[in-house]
Ligand binder design. Structure first.
Ligand SMILES: NC(=O)c1ccc[n+]([C@@H]2O[C@H](COP(=O)([O-])OP(=O)(O)OC[C@H]3O[C@@H](n4cnc5c(N)ncnc54)[C@H](O)[C@@H]3O)[C@@H](O)[C@H]2O)c1
Length: 415
């Protein structure tokens, strides 16, 4: 069978997938965002996740015109699945992508969803929209779900090396989808018996991470009141083979801080209100406020006038080694701090001033010639690991090292 693939959504997930798929197949990289498509056509990934060389070298065709999908027989959906202000799942993007596909769906076509959802969403929300085409699932067309597990900014665990879970609406399409992914990745392709199992596996991976980080965040808050360094405690505890190595920190982004709400929504709709999941969310959401309070106490202890304090804030993205700023808790913290300290310089090598678009002084390069009263390490970008923080401090200055990357020192506080 000739394979023509259309990938909907050229974001953090869709673009690398499309480039890898295009090594073997004819691929259309479709995105509704016209600006995104024009910059990709010029070889620029404004998210700075994929290099220009890779964007230009690929045979993939970028398009923002839905009709470009008309000859495809496999559609892969990698559109966002955010939450609304009330923290309920927002399926707008997934519904719109499914509507577009329904216009071009033909007999024998396969639609694979990769976006993170709750168990049952593909069958309850997406398939009925595809059937607007008047084609019938498992008779005329097939659906699969294969969650994306890439870790943006991670050069070790990549699309080709991470085992891929695959699921499908019937055995025939499961075989086809398994073969497709086996042809593009080096790692194991793991088939499961239903779409719901694959959806569940993906969402619980992120919930598990949220819960584990929440536990060490709770310990961090507790141990601060004991005046015991939680990081040294964790290093010691980790010498036991079965102690899980999670570290305290800010939990943001579009996955760990969002996906638990998808699972919670499904669970509540079925009559069970999750306890651990919500406690974890509450703790992780509270951390920026906790750090802010602690920082203010340190400012007062060091007798630094907040109105005059020169603050250097290292890292503003939601995690290390990415330019992704969505739901960044480092940003929430910086915004909170700005209410007290007006003089904040943000330094993030993954961004440019215009990316931030907020009233902060900003630099992409470390201001090595200046001295600061407060240095906040919020994100452990690789570049920051080489910094000698004490050389950047004024006489009265101190460091607040949220990620515990610097060697302990009396002028360096940790979360
Ligand atoms: N980024 C990650 O590290 C990661 C990892 C695993 C899973 N996921 C999941 O993958 C999905 C996509 O995430 P992302 O980070 O790539 O999002 P993203 O915002 O980077 O990219 C999504 C793209 O989809 C486009 N889009 C929106 N509606 C569209 C439509 N109807 N048709 C075509 N394109 C459309 C947007 O313009 C955007 O460019 C989400 O469900 C996310 O939870 C993300």
């Amino acid at each position: 069978m000739k394979i023509d693939i259309g990938i909907l959504g050229m974001g953090y997930v869709g673009l690398p997938l499309a480039i890898v798929m295009a090594e073997k197949y004819k691929v259309i990289g479709f995105d509704v965002d016209r600006n995104r498509i024009s910059s990709l056509k010029m070889g620029i990934d404004k998210k700075k996740d994929v290099t220009s060389k890779k964007i230009i070298k690929t045979d993939l065709t970028y398009s923002n015109k839905p009709e470009s999908l008309k000859n495809c027989n496999i559609y892969i959906v990698t559109v966002p699945t955010p939450i609304k202000n009330n923290k309920l799942p927002d399926f707008t993007f997934l519904k719109n992508a499914s509507k577009i596909i329904s216009k071009y769906l033909k007999i024998g076509d396969i639609v694979i969803y990769e976006s993170t959802v709750y168990p049952g969403a593909t069958e309850e929300i997406c398939i009925p929209i595809l059937e607007i085409s008047s084609l019938k699932i498992n008779k005329d067309f097939y659906v699969g779900y294969s969650p994306e597990r890439i870790n943006v900014g991670d050069q070790v665990n990549t699309l080709k090396t991470i085992p891929k879970i695959v699921s499908a609406s019937n055995k025939y399409s499961l075989k086809k989808i398994k073969k497709l992914y086996e042809s593009i990745i080096d790692a194991e392709v793991h088939p499961v018996s239903s779409i719901k199992i694959a959806e569940s596996a993906k969402v619980i991976e992120n919930v598990q991470r949220d819960v584990n980080i929440a536990f060490v965040n709770e310990l961090a808050m507790m141990f601060k009141s004991f005046k015991i360094d939680i990081h040294e405690v964790l290093n010691a505890a980790c010498t036991k083979w079965n102690f899980l190595n999670f570290r305290p920190g800010l939990v943001g982004g579009h996955c760990i801080g969002i996906d638990p709400y998808y699972l919670a929504h499904k669970s509540i709709s079925m009559g069970y209100k999750p306890e651990i999941l919500f406690s974890a969310r509450k703790i992780n959401e509270e951390i920026p406020n906790f750090v802010l309070k602690d920082l203010k106490q340190k400012l007062s202890f060091h007798k630094i006038k907040t109105s005059k304090a020169k603050v250097l804030f290292l890292g503003i993205t939601f995690k290390e080694n990415t330019s992704d700023i969505r739901n960044s808790k480092a940003l929430s913290l910086a915004l909170g701090l700005k209410k007290t300290c007006k003089n904040i310089l943000i330094c993030d090598p993954y961004l440019k001033g215009e990316d931030l678009n907020l009233e902060f002084e900003f630099t992409s390069n470390l201001p090595e010639e200046q001295k600061f009263d407060v240095l906040v390490l919020a994100v452990a970008h690789s570049l920051f690991l080489k910094i000698k923080p004490l050389t950047l401090l004024s006489k009265v200055g101190f460091v607040y090292d949220i990620k515990a990357v610097f060697e302990p020192h009396e002028k360096i506080y940790r979360l």
